[in-house]
Design a protein around this ligand. Structure first.
Ligand code: ATP
Length: 300
């Protein structure tokens, strides 16, 4: 992935370009040490348009193909659940990075019947009685479905680590556990797409301020977000470690520059499209005699 180099205004004026490589290559986090500060939060890698003005239209233009592919996935889940594939999109990012926006604008293009969305909050009393992966396992997508995790198992090595909710010895072993967990899900036929929505410290401030500037946005404002913001370096380090230690071929991380909402939404939709295309989804065969059924319908 290209390193940070441009300010927001400079790369905004870029001329239209066609992606030379699939976005899943351009945004794929390389293996090895992760330095989040070197990755540009305002980049527009692979965006085929001019900028903000055509972001929503280019995102929407992906809808017919995504919709067709999702229907194939769903159809296979209905007709052959034992062998049907599944997709899991994991969304992680600092507060205001736009998990909700991605769900609305990118995932919102998919038939809601084919989506299983789970938002992971502070564990409930019931959840606390179990291993931290218990609630995650229960939320894995069914055959033929696209699961979306709004926050995920990674909270157990992020907020839990930064807020010191368990000892170091406890969270430190979780990276391997998460890898094992994700390997099993992948082996069972789940394509896992992990998206880190990478927003800058300054952009987060602007978004928090915007929430306070207008009464119709107060509901989005959580005073606790400012407390977490005060621990920004610790969160960035926790994210860097989670990305580095859980970046596998079967469950790779993609770093989505998230300072520009229109790019972020397009990028996640495009990643989903590329993964669905790569799954080579065909329509299920009829389980009945088509000619005979045509004749029966004609006679009826
Ligand atoms: P938005 O980002 O749209 O504001 P949100 O995802 O922050 O919404 P909230 O209910 O405000 O939703 O926050 C969920 C909170 O739950 C976050 O602070 C998150 O860190 C916390 N959380 C999630 N999983 C865990 C966990 N395993 N242990 C402790 N806290 C967790």
């Amino acid at each position: 992935m290209a390193a940070k180099k441009k300010s927001k205004s400079t790369s905004k004026s870029k001329s239209p370009q066609r992606a030379t490589k699939p976005l899943s290559q351009l945004l794929r986090l390389p293996s090895g040490p992760v330095d989040l500060s070197s990755l540009d939060t305002a980049a527009t890698h692979g965006f085929p348009g001019k900028g903000k003005e055509d972001g929503p239209a280019l995102t929407q233009a992906l809808a017919p193909e995504i919709s067709d592919l999702q229907e194939r996935l769903y159809a296979n889940g209905r007709s052959d659940p034992e062998n049907a594939k599944r997709v899991l999109v994991v969304l992680q990012g600092m507060d205001t990075s736009g998990k909700g926006g991605v769900i609305r604008h990118a995932m919102g293009m998919v038939d809601p019947q084919g989506i299983q969305l789970t938002s992971f909050k502070v564990p409930t009393d019931e959840e606390r009685k179990h291993h931290y992966l218990w609630r995650i396992r229960r939320a894995l997508p069914d055959p033929g479905m696209i699961g979306i995790f709004d926050r995920s198992q990674y909270e157990d090595v992020l907020v839990v680590r930064v807020e010191q909710l368990v000892p170091v010895s406890e969270w430190n072993k979780r990276y391997d556990e998460i890898n094992t967990f994700e390997k099993k899900a992948a082996d069972e036929g789940t394509t896992i797409i992990k998206c880190f929505l990478h927003v800058s410290f300054d952009e987060q401030k602007a978004r928090l301020a915007a929430r306070l500037a207008s009464p119709d946005k107060y509901w989005k404002y959580n005073p606790g977000d400012v407390d977490a913001r005060a621990k920004w370096p610790a969160y960035q380090q926790a994210y860097a470690d989670a990305l580095e230690r859980c970046n596998t071929d079967y469950a790779p991380w993609f770093v989505i520059p998230a300072d520009r909402k229109w790019y972020r939404n397009w990028a996640v939709a495009q990643l989903l499209r590329e993964h669905l295309v790569g799954m080579d989804l065909s329509w299920p065969e009829a389980t009945f005699d088509v000619a005979a059924e045509k004749a029966r319908v004609a006679r009826s």
